[in-house]
Design a protein around this ligand. Structure first.
Ligand code: DAH
Length: 332
């Protein structure tokens, strides 16, 4: 047994003297590995056991002892590993000139695009009044974009200069008003819908981009009149721009509404700027969509999303929305 005690002590002292984790790992593999020293020792003792019966008891003791050594040094190695790791870390930190006042690495979080943010604000307002949301195709046909909306054949908006035509029947929708047609086609009154989305026009300068966003609103019901429209628009403008905003309705013309109006708000420099178009749905539109205009009336409005976002956030150039400059987007 003496030899066994010696073995145990020598392994323990090796563990104690190990200087780093690599050395410790080598010791572990050497003694505890599957084919390591201690397992081989047990094998050896087992084979002796078979041939020297007289030494049987002594060998058994040794085998039990080797197994104990195994358990014991496993535990010791684990403890030493924790200790070495701690030492390593302390040493590492000591050697480094650590400046805790330096700013850390920052993660860049994404932010919601100002256009989506604006649309979400509008949704919040109109959902509160019981409006439903409807989305529709950006590739439209003439019927939904122009014909059913009472747009005359020679109306300038149909011309190649304004509209991106795909062929003689299809185009990129120039206005979300096409969604009015889709709503009236698919639903019987009462209708209360908002329809936000992308629209396309052949225009490009600091206040126009070939693609921009609008949100269409449509209400069809019995007992609807102009004052309902004015109330909703007034409330909306105050909700979005603040209670103290000055606004005015100005009479205007759209083929699909009569009477038609545009809404302006007053800027700080006292200039008026147009933010939306609206009006009572034209009887021709109701007729085309088989809505009994003696029973039902309606109103519609179309809000330019970029326009109101630019005013609210003080953005000078509409193109900044689409240049993906992180310094711009980060501000929202
Ligand atoms: N579609 C019009 C445009 O793009 C905006 C508009 C005006 C929408 C009057 C409406 C409306 O629903 O009633 O300029």
């Amino acid at each position: 047994m003496k030899e066994m005690y010696f073995l145990r002590d020598s392994i323990e002292s090796k563990i104690n003297n190990s200087k780093d984790i690599i050395e410790l790992e080598k010791i572990r593999v050497f003694y505890l590995g599957k084919k390591g020293f201690l397992n081989e020792k047990i094998k050896e003792l087992c084979s002796i056991n078979k041939s020297f019966f007289d030494k049987k008891d002594d060998n058994l003791k040794k085998i039990i002892f080797v197994n104990k050594i195994k358990e014991n040094i496993k535990f010791k190695i684990q403890k030493k590993k924790i200790f070495l790791r701690k030492m390593f870390l302390e040493d590492f930190l000591k050697k480094q000139n650590l400046d805790v006042s330096l700013p850390g690495n920052k993660n860049n979080f994404g932010s919601i695009h100002p256009i989506i943010k604006t649309i979400n604000k509008l949704k919040k307002f109109f959902f509160g009044l019981g409006f439903e949301l409807k989305n529709g195709p950006e590739i439209e046909d003439i019927y939904h974009n122009f014909d059913a909306l009472n747009v005359p054949n020679d109306h300038p908006s149909r011309s190649k200069q304004d509209t991106f035509w795909i062929n003689s029947q299809f185009l990129l929708r120039t206005q979300t008003s096409s969604m009015q047609v889709r709503s009236m086609k698919n639903k019987t009154p009462p209708i209360r819908m908002i329809m936000p989305g992308k629209v396309y026009r052949n225009d490009n300068d600091c206040t126009h981009t070939p693609m921009f966003h609008q949100m269409e609103g449509l209400v069809i019901d019995s007992n609807i009149n102009l004052s309902n429209l004015k109330w909703i628009i007034q409330r909306f403008i105050q909700f979005f721009f603040g209670e103290n905003i000055k606004m005015r309705f100005r009479s205007s013309y759209f083929p699909f509404t009569t009477p038609s109006m545009e809404v302006d708000i007053q800027m700080q420099n006292s200039a008026w700027i147009e933010v939306l178009g609206c009006g009572m749905v034209h009887p021709n539109v109701l007729k085309t969509l088989n809505i009994d205009f003696k029973m039902y009336l309606g109103f519609a409005f179309g809000i330019g999303i970029e326009r109101i976002a630019m005013i609210k956030y003080g953005i000078k150039d509409i193109r900044s929305f689409f240049e993906n400059d992180i310094r711009f987007l980060k501000q929202f």
